[in-house]
Design a protein around this ligand. Structure first.
Ligand SMILES: NC(=O)c1ccc[n+]([C@@H]2O[C@H](COP(=O)([O-])OP(=O)(O)OC[C@H]3O[C@@H](n4cnc5c(N)ncnc54)[C@H](O)[C@@H]3O)[C@@H](O)[C@H]2O)c1
Length: 379
């Protein structure tokens, strides 16, 4: 049995949204052990939380810089091997950069950084470091999203001509209409979130899903944002027209004020032979549409699925796979990469996805600001 990979956690305290997803996911396939952390900027709260989840407190550090300093003093075989960065966005870049410069593997939440410039700097640091860098676009870990990628790669849709990704949430709706509340949420604070709320938080997932499932690179876009209140210049809703080629076009629709919507990510890819449709709130169903056959529904765990999809399924067909499983699949791929085992490039998003994501976010903001003009993304 391989030794467990020593994992450090940054952010993701008991008060956080995403922490529990990473902790559970890291343990699902028995590959990781959490050995150190800074769960919270308040050291006492970090220690209390470590006690609550029964992690030894001797490596719960007072802050990130101390974690790196103290871990570097330990022999390599005891030191944290990989750190998961689960803090608000503005801390991703300084943390990831320092970790890479010190030779740690990194698992980073999206958006990778708050600016495209930082993303490019991180890319250079990663090239020099020669370690594993994974970006947790969680939805790529679902077995039926992986199946979608493999079916498209195998040419089952023929030439793709239309892509449509929608990510609708409603949670900012009650926040945005109250001046005190809208001033207190970090996702609406450009210093903490970066220049965009809606595109930076969820539009970027939709963008990534299109590129992940189709292998297509989006070349240019035109964005139209909505803000609702003049004292909040962060987008809470936006529609983005996209072009990936002369005859490959589509749309990304993203909103945080879509009243009553929960986590409504959905992707539709239309090709000359067939189409595929997947919805995050019903992740175990992948619909195949065609002009001359009845609709087909693919489900996880069945032998007709691709190797990549089946690799992300742990139980026989009929046992639903959820968001924890999707994140666990990403952690599994990262464990293989750290152990230098073979893995499929579809097992986890990388630095390239992070750089593309920041290019997308900044391009949407630029397009909207300049009066909804077309903006090119870099190659
Ligand atoms: N992949 C996904 O689907 C997904 C979903 C939700 C959030 N996210 C991303 O995860 C990140 C965190 O989001 P969240 O919703 O959990 O935020 P959150 O505000 O709920 O939690 C942030 C956590 O970071 C901690 N923190 C803040 N400053 C810190 C510091 N200096 N050192 C250590 N810890 C610190 C806070 O105490 C808290 O525990 C964001 O970048 C967000 O975009 C990704």
């Amino acid at each position: 049995m391989a030794k467990k990979i020593r994992l450090g956690i940054l952010g993701g305290g008991g008060d956080s949204l995403i922490g529990v997803l990473h902790r559970v996911a890291a343990h699902i396939n028995d590959n990781y052990e959490i050995v150190g952390a800074v769960f919270n900027p308040d050291h006492e709260k970090s220690i209390d939380f470590a006690k609550e989840i029964d992690i030894p407190t001797n490596r719960i550090y007072k802050d990130f810089d101390t974690l790196v300093e103290e871990e570097m003093k330990l022999p390599a075989e005891e030191r944290i091997q990989v750190c998961s960065i689960l803090t608000p966005n503005f801390l991703h870049f300084p943390m990831a950069k320092k970790l890479l410069d010190h030779g740690f593997h990194v698992i980073c939440e999206k958006p990778m950084t708050t600016t495209y410039e930082e993303a490019k700097i991180l890319e250079e640091a990663h090239k020099k470091a020669g370690v594993v860098f994974a970006l947790t676009h969680t939805y790529t870990g679902y077995p039926m999203v992986r199946q979608m990628r493999e079916m498209i790669k195998a040419g089952e849709l023929g030439k793709i001509h239309k892509v449509d990704a929608r990510y609708y949430q409603g949670w900012i709706n009650p926040v945005i209409h109250d001046p005190a509340k809208r001033a207190s949420v970090w996702r609406l604070d450009p210093k903490k979130a970066g220049i965009s709320s809606c595109m930076g938080d969820i539009g970027v997932h939709a963008f990534n899903m299109i590129e992940y499932t189709t292998g297509i690179k989006i070349k240019s876009l035109l964005a139209d944002f909505n803000y609702l209140y003049d004292d909040n210049q962060m987008d809470v809703d936006g529609t983005v027209l996209i072009r990936a080629g002369k005859h490959v076009k589509g749309v990304i629709r993203s909103s945080q004020v879509a009243t009553g919507e929960e986590n409504g990510l959905a992707i539709r890819i239309y090709g000359e032979k067939a189409a595929l449709v997947w919805e995050q709130e019903k992740p175990n169903y992948l619909y195949r549409l065609s002009d001359d056959e009845p609709i087909q529904i693919y489900k996880p765990g069945n032998a007709y699925n691709s190797k990549l999809s089946l690799d992300g399924t742990k139980l026989p067909a009929g046992h639903p796979e959820g968001i924890f499983d999707a994140m666990a699949n990403i952690y599994l791929g990262v464990a293989r990469a750290i152990r230098k085992q073979d893995y499929n490039s579809g097992e986890f998003p990388t630095m390239t996805d992070g750089v593309r994501g920041l290019n997308f976010i900044e391009a949407t903001v630029e397009s909207n600001k300049k009066g909804n003009v077309w903006v090119d993304l870099d190659e």
